[in-house]
Design a protein around this ligand. Structure first.
Ligand code: NDP
Length: 480
């Protein structure tokens, strides 16, 4: 059975504990590889390597750094099919999705930051004849990057690419549920002779390896994507150490459909925004609010299109919904469907586990599920489910739907369907959400600020914001 290894100081290393964890293929329920059960000793070695590599990497001309990152981007592209297959087996998402979204986006992340680093600038502030101030930005040192299991390589590279491009060296941990593509990336680093110690990947459990990264005194910046509760633990540990923190956390996103929307597009895109990647995207719209005059019509069309989505073996092209990433997560989603029933919700589509049979007979599959009849403030409508489950609710006025939309502790992404321009501006300014998509969903320009308000996080990724996060700013004031 394949044994994943840690990538430290340019080489593959077994965990110092000698222990391994099972890596399960969620579409079959079978163990198919082993993951290092690393601990703080492996993180200490990785941090030492990153510290040693920092002076040379941070002083390297950016053109040279850029070329090395472009090489990684090119190599992932060259190995796209292998990476896509690995992502699907590890995570459970349909193979077509890994091929068209996840792996191409990892390629784009390296490409984007390799080139962005060539176009940075800093400001100067003149005090007429008295003095000149200029802003000096220098890489912050060793960056700690921790990523989740839903978009494994996509989100892993969304952190390490800007960190490396900014001149930081990195100690990174992918989710122990989906470590495979990060491991393949470390193999590519070795193949292309990526400089030793610049990127280090330590595999293992969050409370052990993740926490060791967060609390390591020589790691001054932590970029984390994951659940809000984990974000709280990280903030509690890192804040007293005065570390830089970027937290991208959970969501409970509103999808608001006004009667003047382009109906067909609203239905079709809402099906995608509800169930893509088994609903395991922090940006999925999980609470659908529909203006009352079109509520029934929308409901019928939405359920009809949802019923056409095939749930099954992620390796088959016709499967639109693959496996839930882990058994524990499948049980969590099912418990929320049960809770919705107890709270008085009516399941109008799905609601059950699916057994696709064959090789997938022991996998973790759930039907796309639509629920109506719930109050906006019940637990089902307030807590993140992170699965193929959405609720439908009617509304009458803008004020009412704003109250519903803003009622949760989250504020990550909202979707708005309307043809009314004034309403678009009014609502966009009032919805408590870091991202607002109008008449579209998941349309991404990597230059734009990405992140959430309230319990959805602190700070923004994307564009120069992410590059700046990994730098320290100094003001230099020169008396003339
Ligand atoms: P978790 O918070 O459980 O884990 C995220 C990462 O943190 C994993 O690598 C995990 O390791 C690690 N971790 C867990 N505990 C600790 C700890 N105490 N200290 C340090 N690291 C730790 O999230 P999930 O993996 O379950 O991901 C799903 C969540 O991520 C959802 O809430 C989703 O909304 C959110 N998310 C947010 C996004 C955004 O951009 N805002 C994007 C995508 C997802 P391990 O896996 O080993 O436990």
């Amino acid at each position: 059975m394949q044994k994943i290894q840690n990538y430290i100081n340019g080489g593959m290393h077994a965990p110092l504990s000698g222990q391994y964890l099972d890596n399960i293929n969620p579409s079959t329920g079978e163990v198919y590889s082993l993951i290092p059960d690393s601990d703080e000793r492996d993180v200490a070695l990785a941090t030492e390597a990153a510290e040693a590599a920092f002076p040379e990497w941070s002083a390297m001309p950016k053109e040279k750094r850029s070329r090395l990152l472009m090489k990684l981007s090119d190599m992932i592209l060259k190995n796209l099919d292998r990476f896509a297959m690995a992502e699907t087996v590890d995570q459970g998402k349909p193979l077509w999705l890994s091929k068209t979204v996840d792996i191409p986006r990892a390629v784009a992340n390296f490409h984007f930051y390799a080139t962005a680093a060539l176009h940075t600038h800093t400001e100067s502030h003149s005090m007429e004849d008295t003095a000149l101030n200029y802003t000096l930005r220098t890489p912050v040192g060793v960056a700690g990057c921790i990523s989740p299991w839903n978009l494994p390589l996509y989100l892993f590279t969304w952190k390490i690419a800007p960190a490396l491009a900014a001149g930081c060296t990195v100690v990174a941990k992918p989710s122990e549920i989906t470590p495979m593509t990060a491991y393949l990336l470390s193999e590519l680093c070795i193949e292309i002779g990526f400089p030793k110690g610049v990127l280090n990947i330590v595999h293992g459990l969050g409370p052990k390896v993740g926490m060791a990264i967060v609390s390591h005194p020589k790691i001054p910046a932590i970029s984390f994507t994951g659940g809000t509760k984990t974000g709280e633990i990280i903030a509690r540990t890192a804040a007293p150490m005065f570390k830089k923190l970027s937290l991208e956390l959970g969501g409970k996103n509103p999808n608001i459909i006004f009667a003047d929307a382009d109906f067909e597009k609203a239905v079709h895109t809402s099906v995608r925004s509800s169930f893509s990647n088994q609903g395991e995207i922090c940006l999925c719209g999980s609470r659908i609010f529909v203006e009352r005059s079109i509520y029934e019509k929308f409901k019928v069309a939405f359920v009809e299109e949802t019923k056409k989505l095939k749930v099954g073996d992620p390796l088959q092209e016709e499967s639109w919904i693959g496996a839930i990433a882990s058994k524990g997560h499948k049980e969590k989603i099912l418990s929320y469907i049960q809770l919705a029933k107890e709270e008085g919700g009516k399941i109008i589509c799905g609601g059950n586990e699916v057994n696709p049979g064959g090789a997938c007979k022991n996998g973790y599959f759930i039907e796309p599920t639509v629920i109506e009849g719930l109050a906006f403030d019940c637990r089902t409508n307030q807590e993140e489910i992170f699965g193929p489950v959405v609720t439908l609710m009617p509304f009458d006025t803008e004020e009412e739907v704003l109250k519903y939309a803003n009622s949760t502790n989250y504020g990550l992404a909202a979707t708005l369907w309307t043809q009314n321009l004034s309403r678009t501006h009014r609502m966009s300014a009032k919805i408590q959400s870091g991202i607002i998509w109008v008449n579209c969903w998941l349309l991404r320009d990597l230059r734009t600020p990405f992140g959430g308000m309230k319990g959805s996080g602190v700070g923004r990724e994307g564009g120069f914001e992410a590059l700046n996060f990994f730098t320290e700013e100094r003001n230099v004031c020169i008396r003339l």
